[in-house]
Design a protein around this ligand. Structure first.
Ligand SMILES: O=C[C@H](O)COP(=O)(O)O
Length: 255
């Protein structure tokens, strides 16, 4: 039985002071969360330590937004999986389209990072999704299939159970334009079939597939009601304690 995962990706927002304010608001509204819903915030690296300390007495977990695929060494500006795990995180976002677009992330590095995350018992939230042009030209299903297949290369049948996939159509990220519930469901079902083909149907049934792209309280119910939508990876709306907690409440009501 899958549980909803409501994850906030803060992106490059909220240093420690702003993070404290945001988490204070979130704690007031949602320190306790229904047992069928997992809640996660992914602050920038500099705010992770503070968030972990701040949230230790709540049901809210903390994750990172990226990790390096090497263990340690001369990689100025990078942060390793062991450092993230040691900081108290249990999830890490990998392959977000913004990293693919601005920082040269490829399917190969997404796969390497996913292996490294799993090695450190961090659940990788692997992001996939198409651009508007790719959707218009009808290549979105193949593209997402290839992204998922490449990301999961050589991941064992045991480790796959800790992987989370986030479907984030690039055209819906930060644009206010959301995939319709039908579009989200179709792609999530497709992703589940791809995983079923790579592993087994039973395994695919156990994997959480999140939707990301302008999810907010006004559209969360419809999106989360789709049978293959198991939660959200939420950008803008996670920066507002009220909106984020409203989405959590919607998930609780649906679970
Ligand atoms: O990781 C989160 C996604 O990029 C969605 O961002 P958004 O909710 O601001 O559209």
């Amino acid at each position: 039985m899958r549980r909803f995962l409501i994850a906030g990706n803060w992106k490059m927002n909220c240093g420690p002071y702003d993070a404290a304010e945001l988490l204070e608001g979130l704690k007031e509204k949602k320190a306790e969360v229904d047992e069928n819903v997992d809640v996660l915030v992914c602050p920038p690296f500099v705010s992770i330590g503070m968030a972990v300390n701040y949230l230790h007495d709540t049901d809210i977990q903390v994750g990172a937004q990226n990790l390096h695929f090497e263990e340690n060494g001369a990689y100025t500006g990078e942060v390793s999986g062991s450092m993230i795990a040691e900081s108290g995180c249990n999830y890490v976002i990998i392959g977000h389209s913004e990293r693919r677009q601005y920082f040269g992330e490829t399917d190969t590095t997404v796969n390497k990072r996913s292996h490294k995350a799993l090695e450190h018992k961090l659940a990788p939230i692997i992001c996939v999704g198409e651009s508007l042009d790719q959707r218009k030209s009808g290549e979105h299903y193949d593209l997402v299939k290839n992204q998922v297949t490449a990301a999961l290369f050589d991941i064992s049948k045991e480790d796959i159970l800790d992987v989370v996939i986030a479907y984030e159509p690039i055209w819906a990220i930060g644009t206010g334009e959301t995939a319709s519930p039908e579009q989200a469901q179709e792609m999530h079902e497709h992703i589940r079939k791809v995983i079923g083909g790579l592993y087994s149907e039973d395994t695919a049934d156990r994997i959480n597939i999140l939707y990301g792209g302008s999810m907010k309280p006004a559209n969360a119910k419809e999106l989360l009601s789709q049978p293959d939508v198991d939660g959200g990876l939420i950008g803008g709306a996670s920066l507002d304690a009220e909106s984020f907690s409203e989405i959590i409440t919607i998930a609780e009501e649906l679970s």
